[in-house]
Design a protein. Sequence first.
Length: 454
Amino acid sequence: MSERAGETPVLRALRAAATAVAEAGRGARGLGTAERRALLAEVDRTATVLATVRAELLLAERDAGTWQGRGDRSFAAWRGRTSRAGARAGAAEERRADTLAAIPGLREAAVAGRASLAHVDAVARVVATGSEAVRTALTSPPVQAELTDLAERLDAGQFATAVARIAARTDAAALERDHQAQRSARYLHVVDAADGTRVSGRLDRMAGHRLRLALEALTPRPAADDDRTAEQRRADALTAMADTILSLPDTVPGAAQTPHVSFLMTAEAWAGLRAARRAAADRAEAGRPVQDDLAGTLAAAGPVEPVTLEDGTPVPASEVTRALCDCELTRIVLDAADEPLNLGRTVRRYTGAQRRAVLARDGGCFWEGCGMPPRWLEVHHLDWWERDGGETSVADGVGACSYHHHEVHRRDLLVRRVPLDPSEKGAGARRVRYVVTTRDGRVVSGAGELARAG
């Protein structure tokens, strides 16, 4: 191989090594199994090492500022143009470089072959989108050691979920704020057109998870003669869901069957969640300022071990507290190796008879002005089940639509039952009214009822 003018020994060695590996690759079919696998493993490790070197070179170039002056709007744009990979790839390389610089323990693991580039990129995504508290935690020595250990034991997908759990454990308030932002951006379009009905929309991750589980339940493994595409099978599953809902008898409330979604809660997560809510209640009772929503309550409480889905995905606290109002709980005792030893009795929350009694009494959603009919309501505990130790009784239950049920838990609101004035009885479906207040007593719904109650 001819030498190029001005080429350093390092460049010459790198070119020579690349040429030798390329030659070996062309003869891969002639290699024995052991030799082929050993070469493949070393190529993987070397590619990761080269990526860490590239990261250091990119940061040096960015810090030098010599990339400027060619009309590129950012360093990522410059990198995308010069590498011909595009601005998106350039931005990804810059994030990876920043992550390796900020978390030297992860860089060392990558160089040693204990972490892949996919592991590094999983951390980079969390660093790029996480709060300052999360970024600080990820760069701390104990968490760096935890990340390195996880990277050695988990594949990239499992590792990404584990990193998300660390972020949720560090800043539960940020997870809750992100969940509320997703909920605020939700929408669903159902448009009738000449060629059919078009459905498009956007859901928060938890709602999307429930929808995916429902669709999967209605799309089992296809038969040998089933020639539908995956998209067609999902469309048919959505239609089947609609048919099932429409065929339910009117006497069955729409929320009579709780969603079959598993939330995994450790004793630490349960204690942390209860402590955060109890602390907020104590501050309110003492007349001290309280937070306006659950995210603020969690931020004031500090780190809280997250509740997760079965795959380890962290669940926002408002989703947990809403589900605990009306769900099935199963106690599972684990040994030191996290192996199940005992499966406890499932505890059913509100029964069908209790639901019918609650909804017959309330006649609709507790929130003033909400017109959701009773058959679509859930049941909320006036004294929260997980925070206040509320009983699963008709007296402690209140009919709530999904949206306002979520708002009560998100905003940490109090709901109080107010009897109807004698003159109002028999005028409608309702037999009671409700007043909703913040922890510090500000009325957010039912001001008229509060005035009437005097």
